[in-house]
Design a protein around this ligand. Structure first.
Ligand SMILES: [Zn+2]
Length: 222
């Protein structure tokens, strides 16, 4: 299948609606991996799923407020149509897209080599230039982290800070792992900007971890 076939067959649309016959499905999935245009179409649909999930989690986090309201039977709040219907609608959209779009794509992607966006981070000898990593919005990337060689720590903790200086998450690193370059997979981010990776060392025999180094890096979104 070439791109003009795909357009003529309205393949992207029918792929999303699960209307392609098995042969067309195979041919289109093969075409998807060569065709940026069609892949972007499908990717846009996948991003819609992500957004739906975000909406869903916002609605879910609103639940305790509802339940805590001084209603006589708080659990009935779940059954209020005004609340339950939008959640169900979003759920159906998410489940539908996962089955139709994400899953067929994932089956293929799992068998395909993939280059992670990456940047090298030297915590030991902080570089003057800020390393940059180029990724798509929401695309995971790798930080290849070189730690200072020190014997006084039993293990390390890596902390990721966003451009506002807020800690996003922390991950423990064992001393054995720290002898080599440590590849850390960073979950996809939606905000470009200057992030920082800080490393804390955990002293032998306990005690408070102390910061041993910090390296800013720039996340550029494409
Ligand atoms: Zn195409």
């Amino acid at each position: 299948m070439d791109h003009s076939d795909a357009v003529r067959l309205k393949a992207t649309e029918r792929y999303l609606l699960n209307e392609l016959d098995p042969e067309q499905l195979d041919q289109f999935e093969e075409h998807l991996f060569d065709c940026t245009d069609c892949a972007l179409d499908v990717r846009a649909a996948a991003m819609l799923v992500e957004q739906s999930k975000a909406i869903l989690s916002e609605r879910t986090s609103a639940v305790p407020v509802r339940v805590a309201a001084p209603a006589s039977k708080p659990w009935l709040a779940w059954l209020r149509p005004a609340f339950a219907v939008p959640v169900m609608a979003v759920l159906l959209v998410v489940v539908g897209y996962q089955n139709l779009v994400v899953y067929p794509g994932m089956k293929k992607a799992a068998n395909t080599a993939y280059l992670f966006p990456a940047a090298s981070i030297n915590v030991a000898t902080r570089s003057a230039a800020t390393p940059a990593v180029h990724a798509q919005p929401g695309e995971p990337f790798l930080l290849l982290v070189n730690l200072p060689a020190e014997n006084r720590f039993s293990s390390y903790i890596a902390d990721l800070y966003d451009s506002a200086g807020h800690i996003k998450w922390s991950v423990p690193i064992s001393a054995e792992t720290a002898n080599d370059t440590v590849p850390i997979r960073i979950p996809g981010q939606r905000e470009a900007g200057v992030y920082a990776l800080a490393i804390r060392g955990v002293p032998h025999g306990g005690g408070n971890p102390s910061e041993v180094g910090r390296q800013p890096f720039e996340l550029r979104l494409q």
